[in-house]
Write a protein that binds this ligand. Sequence first.
Ligand SMILES: *Cc1c(COP(=O)(O)O)cnc(C)c1O
Length: 438
Amino acid sequence: MPVGRRADSESRKIWRQCREVIPGGVNSPVRAFRSVGAMPVMVKRAKGSKLWDCDGNTYIDYIMSWGPLILGHAPDVVVKALERAVRRGTSYGLPTAAENELARLITGAFPSIEKVRLVNSGTEAAMSVIRLARAFTGRDKILKFDGCYHGHADSLLVAAGSGVATFGIPGSAGVPKETVAHTLTARYNDLDSVRALLRANRKGRKSKIACIIVEPVAGNMGVVGPVEGFLSGLRELTAKEKILLIFDEVITGFRVAWGGAQERYGVEADLTVLGKIIGGGLPVGAFGGRREIMDHLAPEGPVYQAGTLSGNPLAVAAGIAALKALRRRGTYAKLEKLGASLEEGLKAATANAGVKASVNRVGSMLCAFLDNGPVRNYDDAKKSDTAMFARYHNAMRRNGVLLAPSQFEAAFVSLAHSDSDIAKTVDLAQKALKRAGR
Ligand SMILES: *Cc1c(COP(=O)(O)O)cnc(C)c1O
């Protein structure tokens, strides 16, 4: 029987209706909660760290819309900015001063980004950045890592993380072999696997590879941080062969530091993909980098890329408000502290419950893998006990803590989470793990 808390009849009724007209009843597959054998949480509203379902149950939320809500749900600054913006019009399809402001917040945070283009999702940004990298280098091949997710564009749906990992599918139906023939996959945190592919893909002395795209902190196979030397090693290897290094910072941008993973680890990318946080909870993506590369985009250059709603005034207003709130002194120290206390609490909880687990954390993104660890790549992550994870997840949900419904997703702590939210979560986790481990 699918898990829901008591009196979930309203949620169940709505879900049944959704399934009649929407595939699986959801507009993005992981929301179906199938991998934990449950039904979705049907949301009524949310504020701060809390979320309410259609039956009045309250949850401490760690899904946080899968990353964007670093200020928590419906923060006043973003709500007010949206109220002001909506009265001035919802879309013009023409440029605005606000886009300049958001672009400059981004270029100010990321020294490697001189110019940036705004789009509507991370998928769109990743798809476009690959086209740009291929055009700039005149090469077709791209290299990605096993377990990294860069949205659902055809050429990137190979050995992908997130929902693809959750459902254990190798890629996706409907993607022609020819489309992914140019996509190489290496092992995360393993420079030797990269070197081998670089060696095998040269013509004479010239590389056939346009770019290496990587999540500098992997957040779609659970959370897997880069081992010492991995990112700087990629930087060296790519520079040598004039391959573009692309950091997909859709999750990490403005989360693991104001300047993303590039600031945190001191490694600069040639091109950066952004999304999630920069939209303040509205649909935004972006990609940017050095001027000489970005100026290959139309109308300056020959690479076509466009969008009716790109730079949308509501999304841009929300993004500006969110980034300005994040820029305040002390926000990242606070996120680090909250993340650390959840990490320590969960480590103690798993030990006390007698459950083998390894807790990976970078700043405010965290994952408790139910396995022996250490987890340094997707193969390690896959050793986790997903059946135990499902029992753990459902027990937490019954007690009012909402974790992402997959072992291969991150938990996100926001500035709206309180010390007491964390303490309550840890306490419930210990009880849930004790039962789930049996
Ligand atoms: C979420 C995500 C994407 C895709 O963004 P969407 O807005 O869902 O299309 C791309 N890359 C990474 C690293 C992500 O986490």
